[in-house]
Design a protein around this ligand. Structure first.
Ligand code: ADP
Length: 193
């Protein structure tokens, strides 16, 4: 059975780490990270990558129409193959959420999980991680855009009865267990061998 589960949370809340672990542990679960896709495109020097690189470094958002095409191209075949997709980094704006609803017709979005970690802690985590865009100014700009554009999506999902809030602090294994329980309530999960 296929399905899309949206993983929401501030930058640095552990979405990428946790989605990677879930993908490893459960059969048929695929982690789709738009940030990773854009960074891979930038490394390969594709037209998308060249366009996205400066935007990412500045902490700004890639335009909605570009992102929606990129995601649809990856998501639709995965869903047709029966995968459970953990979508990390998309949607990030209300227009992207509407587009995602369109991509998942007729099944709809299976659910959304929000990894809750406060601003002070995510800022610390990102500075420690030190990715190219994890400069003091870049982090501040991304967190500002998160509050303005992405935080309203929490209500978008909650209003559709799709949202589960997960405490994102504590040991990574504990966060993993909370997430696995939440996701296991949405789609059947089978341990990988
Ligand atoms: P973070 O959440 O820490 O900012 P990501 O890896 O999710 O890291 O994204 C890195 C950058 O990629 C973002 O700052 C943005 O420029 C771009 N990006 C990723 N996903 C999207 C999206 N859905 N819409 C617009 N831009 C995006």
């Amino acid at each position: 059975m296929s399905g899309v589960i949206v993983v929401l949370g501030r930058q640095g809340s552990g979405k990428g780490t946790q989605c990677g672990l879930l993908e490893q542990h459960f059969d048929g679960v695929v982690h789709v990270s738009t940030g990773d896709m854009l960074r891979d495109a930038a490394t390969s020097g594709t037209p998308l990558g060249r366009r996205a690189e400066a935007i990412m470094t500045a902490g700004e958002l890639v335009p909605d129409d570009v992102m929606c095409d990129v995601v649809a191209e990856r998501l639709v075949p995965l869903l047709e193959s029966g995968a459970t997709v953990l979508l990390d980094g998309f949607p990030r704006t209300p227009a992207q959420a509407e587009a995602l609803a369109g991509m998942t017709v007729p099944d709809g979005i299976a659910g959304a999980v929000l990894l809750e970690v406060d601003v002070a802690e995510v800022s610390e985590r990102m500075l420690a991680r030190g990715r190219d865009d994890d400069t003091v100014a870049g982090i501040a700009r991304r967190l500002e855009l998160y509050e303005a554009q992405t935080a309203p999506l929490v209500e978008w999902f909650a209003g559709r009865g799709l949202l589960q809030r997960i405490e994102g602090t504590g040991a990574p294994e504990e966060v993993f267990d909370r997430l696995a329980a939440a996701i296991g309530g949405l789609v059947p999960l089978r341990l990988s061998r």
